[in-house]
Design a protein around this ligand. Structure first.
Ligand code: UDX
Length: 440
């Protein structure tokens, strides 16, 4: 099939590449010429395991191309995926200007039937806005051309994006007409893997499904984080409690890991947007408001543990930080809890020696040059001259360190572990003080 993908951000690039990989002829559009040049040369602007090789392979095969030319892009695909950004507005609602602009471009240039597919996470009612924008553009040039608007939210996780797209748990398609549904069925047939994964529904339900999924997952995390803080006060162990409740199949084990709060490009933004959507509909989402407040508080949990142990004034102290990205296997720093910790430590006069296997560059770009932040080349280098170690992201390479070596390098042999990476007995046996989350 001929497919156009508008927007080569995370979702657009992964979707376009994976759709090309199963044999489709995909043309991706972006207005950023530098990005398009990089992509056409087989390079990628983000870190995502497996993606670069897949881009290279499909570009070489001629199935995946990138352009800045809107007219060519609209002419190319029967399916026009809109995968542009929806940054939060000041009030937390999703800013739809890029989505609507993309829809207008399709309306302006289309000459035959198109299925316009909303792939970006967009509030309920966006498909209607997309429909109106296209209809207005067609009317403005006196054209009468059929089109359908479909909601097809993407559930991929960063760090596992290619796998998630290629082997989806489910494919949600919101559509109001059979012609569009047939095309979407055909498109996703290679991803069904002997099992019906397509869930077809009306457009509004599909739009809400995406927010409901992320809000539910964020709720689990905030709930566990609050319970972890309580467990600490009561002398219970949240890791045992997690196992105890996860074995109930109604609860399940996933997304019950307490930590330093959720970050990333989706949960914080989507939770806020859903709260906002509900407000506009005259309803307060009380649970979700609490989820958000609890998450904001949780981002301060490591700083609290640090100041409780070392005092509120940290001037002259240096902290080693392991992990900067909001989670492992990505260089994404959006809403990363590490940023909150860094700001707090700097404000208290401390210096930082940070190590992250891939996100250091991105962190440096966001934080700018700062003489009090040093980016170390290895986890052990980060410890040199540091008073204590704080673990923020659970990269695999942090899982079994040489605790004796850590102790030897730190001035005060303390680890503040925001991800519960170790059996507390192990670092303690090596003579380290160890502060995990939700356990003593
Ligand atoms: C999420 C959804 O999982 C995905 O389906 C959606 O399409 C986009 O949003 P992503 O943001 O890539 O994906 O990361 P995810 O792995 O879900 O983690 C989100 C945040 O929650 C991270 O900050 C992570 O550290 C945190 N988290 C996750 C926890 O604190 N505890 C957990 O048990 C799980």
């Amino acid at each position: 099939m001929k497919i156009t993908v508008i927007g080569t951000g995370y979702v657009g690039l992964v979707s376009g590449t994976c759709l090309a990989d199963v044999g489709n002829d995909v043309l991706c559009l972006d207005l950023d010429a530098t990005k398009i040049r990089t992509l056409n040369e087989g390079g990628i602007p983000i870190y995502e395991p497996g993606l670069e090789a897949m881009v290279k392979k499909n570009v070489a095969a001629g199935r995946l191309r990138f352009t800045t030319d809107i007219e060519t892009a609209v002419a190319h695909g029967v399916l026009q995926f809109i995968a542009v950004g929806t940054p939060p507005d000041e009030d937390g609602s999703a800013d739809l200007q890029y989505v609507v602009a993309a829809a207008r471009n399709v309306g302006r240039h289309m000459t035959g039937y198109k299925v316009v597919v909303d792939k970006s996470t967009v509030p309920v009612g966006t498909a209607d806005k997309v429909r109106v924008a296209i209809a207005e553009e067609l009317a403005a040039r006196g054209a009468k051309i059929d089109f359908s608007v479909v909601s097809n939210p993407e559930f991929l996780k960063e760090g596992a994006a290619v796998d998630d797209f290629m082997k989806p748990d489910r494919i949600v398609v919101g559509a109001d007409d059979s012609r569009a549904i047939e095309l979407m069925r055909e498109l996703y047939a290679p991803f069904q893997r002997n099992h019906e994964r397509l869930i077809v529904m009306d457009v509004k339900s599909a739009e809400l499904t995406k927010y409901a999924a992320n809000a539910m997952l964020a709720t689990r995390i905030s709930f566990m984080n609050e319970l972890a803080n309580l467990a600490e006060k009561l002398g219970a162990d949240i890791e045992l409690v997690r196992k105890g409740i996860g074995s109930d199949p109604r609860i399940g084990f996933h997304f019950l890991y307490p930590g330093v709060g959720y970050g990333g490009s989706c949960f914080p933004k989507d939770v806020q947007a859903l709260i906002r959507t509900a407000q506009e509909a005259g309803q307060a989402l009380q649970v979700l408001q609490a989820v958000e407040a609890a998450n904001e508080a949780q981002k301060g949990v490591l700083a609290q543990k640090i100041t409780k142990r070392l005092g509120a004034d940290l001037s002259g102290k240096t902290f080693a930080l392991w992990g900067l990205a909001f989670k492992p296997n990505t260089d994404d720093m959006r809403e990363a809890p590490s940023l909150v910790l860094i700001a707090d430590l700097l404000a208290r006069g401390a210096s930082i020696r940070a190590y992250d296997p891939v996100a250091a560059h991105e962190a440096q770009r966001i934080l700018g040059e700062n003489p009090r932040i040093h980016y170390a080349a290895t986890p052990m280098d980060a410890l040199d001259g540091a008073d204590a170690l704080a673990i923020v992201t659970e990269w695999k390479e942090f899982r079994s360190p040489d605790f004796e070596a850590i102790k030897a390098r730190l001035k005060t042999p303390v680890i503040f572990d925001g991800r519960n990476l170790y059996d507390p007995a192990t670092p303690r046996k090596a003579g380290l003080e160890y502060f995990p989350i939700g356990r003593l």
